[in-house]
Ligand binder design. Structure first.
Ligand code: MOS
Length: 741
């Protein structure tokens, strides 16, 4: 009956490996039509004409223009600046200027090509440097940075860059809208049914309850299905209402890479002040993100980036100034880590540079400054509980044998390496991730979750959170089964549908296990009490015991308690005990209810002829409070490390001067394959947090945050060069080696 802490087989495993799981493209719809966008062929311009040609009219396809939108022509996210269909100007290459629907995808494509589009081109702004528009700005200050830098014994400066990144989920974006009861029913691949619902309702000009949103099985998301499905659901909904058919908007891979959201590219200018022994006294960072054409979630990504920009380090004087710049590129959006990987890279890079200048090791400088219980973060949050960055560092040092290995590598380079034209290097990084929404986010959202006991003893979880491969289905089921003291098989968790589940918030921000899991734990505990009350018994181990000594099994007690009807328990989010509040205007206070910690060591080999970098070994230690399912948790850490490895070494999404992504398929956008996987060693630490169920903290994003910096560091170590950006491609290494000469 004890599910928590057991590596049970994931509940969706059998259906997925046998091909029974129904993704949106596996569902059947009567007379399904296909919709797509007529896309602008310039990245910036004034729209002059969009109209159907005579040939278009003979196709039988349907054209939908912005003046036909019954509600608002925007997609409500943080701000309402992104149109559903561009009406006056085009702000990025491929932006939709009209929609087309037809009975099959091929005829829809042919028809779309017959729409006459005339756009007067304007100057294209493709980089942060050229941008004049700021979409969002935040400043986090503690102490007095300028005085501290003035007085510091050593000051080190740097400028660091990180690229856009494609999510490369297995299943491209896809939704279907079905006209239903004067409104619309959306089924699709998404993270956040309760983000899609109000967004679609506003475009249709309908009340929220006329839009029903249902998640189909999800083939991966990584943040890419947090905000973007709202846009294509609105397209599908408009077309469904106009044609009175179910309408699918299903991207192929090329369309998905070219036009869906990406990780924000970043540029950071950072100065740190230190004492001669390596103790940090000041961190001053200008943290800049490229937001693309519209605001989307950028202010929230920026907030997380700013807060994580000091790294898990103790520092009395901090000034982080964050800005998101507007450019003529497809809007950037949510991506695993959500600003934290971009913010981790500069602080980790500058610490390596400082260590070199001070003649101490990268391990030593981190040990010296790592945040410990009682220390405060950049927002002045004093961390008392579940503070395990130092333990992660110590464990990763032990596992890798850091100092000894480094000495061995240096010897290897002199002998075997030299003979074979290879050089090896070792790098380290330390990172953290705050679980749940930033600042007051969870309090403002007040998520609700529900469990329902059926007369046969089955407990159904009703939450809006989605399984997307990360394991939420299994982890949340384990929490409920464990709390009720019943076998895992007696807990069900159907795919979320806004007509059936309360709004437990989006499946983002490493919040599902920690935040929603905690509400569910409280629901399940209250359910047990309710059953005991109704049966006049007490829970004892897995049974209920009456005053007369009679023992009832869970099923027997459920049958009596339910009396033919289900028992529903709904609970709302409650801030954790000791929560001290958050001040948005000063950016001070408790930014997150808990933090997860991680440390990684990477060993690489560089070919001195081709400059190719091969990752050999990676050691990672993470503290996630409690692993609800240790094997699944390790798998999620390994997956995140590989995504970070791609980000650090291979994944290169470049933009042409006219604002187009120059890679648009997985032959040109290179993600790690199984052949690129280094020898991975992962260890999970469990320093429990009272904020989460059974001590669990956030896990999903943490492993994405730090490895890219460790890889960069390892290549620097191997080649005795300095690198200020990722991905560390052979071209970049060659250039740095030539500069070093
Ligand atoms: Mo996420 S990147 O918070 O969907």
């Amino acid at each position: 009956m004890d599910s928590v802490g057991k590596s049970v087989i994931r509940k969706d495993a059998w259906d997925k490996v046998r091909g029974f799981a129904k993704f949106v493209r596996d569902l059947e719809f009567d007379e399904l039509w296909f919709g797509l966008a007529v896309r602008a062929k310039v990245a910036h311009g004034k729209i002059k004409t969009v109209r159907a040609t005579k040939e278009f009219e003979q196709t039988g396809a349907v054209l939908l223009l912005p003046d036909e939108i019954p509600g608002k022509n925007y997609i409500s996210i943080v701000k309402n600046d992104m149109p559903c269909i561009a009406e006056e100007s085009v702000e990025y290459f491929g932006e939709a200027v009209a929609l087309v629907a037809a009975p099959n995808l091929d005829s829809a494509r042919k028809a779309a090509a017959l729409v006459e589009v005339e756009i007067e081109p304007l100057d294209v702004i493709a980089t942060i440097e050229e941008s004049a528009g700021v979409l969002s700005e935040i400043r986090m200050q503690k102490g007095n940075v300028d005085v501290a830098l003035e007085e510091a014994e050593v000051v080190v400066h740097g400028e660091f860059h990180t690229p856009a990144q494609e999510h490369a989920y297995i299943e491209p974006q896809g939704v279907v809208a079905i006209p239903e009861d004067g409104g619309v029913h959306i089924v699709g691949s998404m993270q956040c049914p309760y983000y899609v619902r109000p967004a679609v309702a506003k475009v249709l000009g309908l009340p929220d309850d006329k839009v029903r949103v249902e998640q189909a099985m999800n083939g991966g998301a990584f943040g890419g299905k947090e905000d973007f499905p709202s846009l294509i659901s609105a397209w599908a909904a408009l077309l469904a209402m106009k044609t009175n058919h179910p309408v699918a908007v299903w991207f192929d891979r090329e369309e998905d890479i070219s036009y869906s959201t990406k990780r924000h590219p970043s540029k950071s200018r950072i100065s740190i002040g230190l004492k001669k022994d390596g103790e940090l006294v000041a961190i001053k960072t200008e943290y800049m993100l490229d937001g693309g054409a519209y605001t989307t979630l950028s202010p929230v990504v920026l907030a997380r980036g700013v807060i994580h920009a000091t790294g898990p380090y103790r520092c009395p004087n901090v000034d982080v100034h964050g800005k998101v710049f507007r450019t003529n590129k497809p809007p950037a959006g949510a991506f695993r880590g959500f600003g934290a990987p971009q913010a981790t890279f500069p602080i980790e890079s500058i610490l390596d540079k400082a260590a070199r200048e001070l003649g101490i090791s990268p391990l030593e400088i981190r040990k010296k400054n790592v945040i410990r219980p009682g220390d405060s973060t950049g927002t002045g949050q004093i961390l008392e509980e579940s503070v395990a960055a130092e333990q992660c560092l110590k464990e990763v040092e032990m596992a890798s044998g850091f100092n000894e290995l480094h000495a061995e590598i240096k010897e290897w380079n002199k002998h075997e390496g030299k003979a074979n034209g290879k050089r090896r290097g070792l790098g380290i990084s330390l990172f953290w991730h705050g679980g749940g929404f930033t600042g007051r986010g969870e309090i403002d959202m007040l998520s609700e979750a529900e469990v329902a006991l059926k007369p046969d003893g089955v407990v159904e979880i009703r939450v809006a959170n989605t399984e997307m491969g990360q394991g939420a289905l299994t982890a949340l089921s384990q929490i409920v089964a464990h709390t009720c003291g019943i076998p895992l098989e007696m807990v069900t968790y159907p795919l979320p549908d806004t007509s059936r589940v309360p709004n437990s918030g989006p499946t983002v921000a490493s919040r599902t296990t920690m935040v929603v899991g905690k509400i569910l734990e409280r629901c399940a505990a209250a359910l047990v009490e309710e059953v005991a009350k109704r049966t006049n018994t007490r829970k004892e181990e897995e049974n209920f015991k009456g005053a007369d000594g009679r023992v009832y099994s869970w099923e027997e007690a459920a049958k009596i308690a339910c009396n033919g009807e289900e028992i529903v328990v709904r609970k709302q989010y409650e801030p954790p005990k000791g929560y001290k509040g958050w001040d948005e205007s000063t950016y001070q206070g408790d930014a997150y209810a808990s933090y997860s910690w991680g440390a990684a060591v990477a060993e690489v080999e560089v070919d001195v002829g081709t400059y190719e970098v091969t990752p050999l070994r990676v050691w990672a230690v993470v503290d996630i409070g409690r692993a609800i399912n240790p094997r699944e948790a390790s798998g999620q850490v390994e997956g995140g490390l590989l995504q970070a490895l791609g980000y650090g070494l291979f994944e290169n999404l470049t933009v042409s001067e006219d604002g187009r992504y120059e890679q648009n398929r997985l032959q040109t956008y290179i993600i790690p394959s199984s052949a690129d996987v280094p020898n991975l060693w992962v260890k999970i630490l469990e320093h429990p947090s009272s904020a989460g169920p059974y001590g669990a903290k956030g896990l999903g994003e943490l492993p994405m945050n730090g490895l890219a910096a460790a890889l960069r560091s390892a290549v620097e170590d191997a080649m005795e060069i300095e690198l200020d950006r990722i991905p560390v491609t052979p071209e970049l290494v060659m250039e740095a080696c030539e500069n070093a000469k």
